[in-house]
Each structure stands twice: as C-alpha cells, then as structure tokens.
Design a protein. Structure first.
Length: 66
C-alpha cells in the first residue's frame, strides 16, 4: 500500500460524483473520483491537506485530522 500526502487543488462536483484533484508534490497530481456524499462527509474543500491510499485494486481518500 502506498500513502501520499497532498493538497486539494480542485473539486469538480457533478450530480452524484465529484472529482478531487490533489497535488502530491514533485509535479505529480492525483485525481480521485468519489461520491458527493463522501466529499460532504469528509468536509473536503480546496486547500485541505489530505492523504490518499493506493493499494493494488483500490484507492482511498482521507482527510487528515489537525
């Protein structure tokens, strides 16, 4: 499992899903496609520091607690 920390630079909300774009540094960006409910539940906004977990066939997005 790989864990990357980064900053949310863009959120594009659709009707049911959202695309969350994360800058993990070094010129690398990761885009997550997740449910709108998850964005709301995690209270993710542009500028937030988040962690993204990538494991084989699954990817997860978490918001770090400060």
């Amino acid at each position: 499992m790989d864990i990357f920390r980064g900053k949310v630079i863009e959120i594009k909300e659709g009707v049911v899903i959202a695309k969350v774009r994360i800058d993990i540094g070094g010129g690398f960006l990761i885009t997550h496609t997740i449910m709108i409910d998850d964005v709301l539940d995690l209270d993710i906004t542009v500028g937030d520091e988040v962690c993204t977990l990538i494991k084989g066939d699954s990817v997860r997005l978490m918001k770090e607690l400060s």
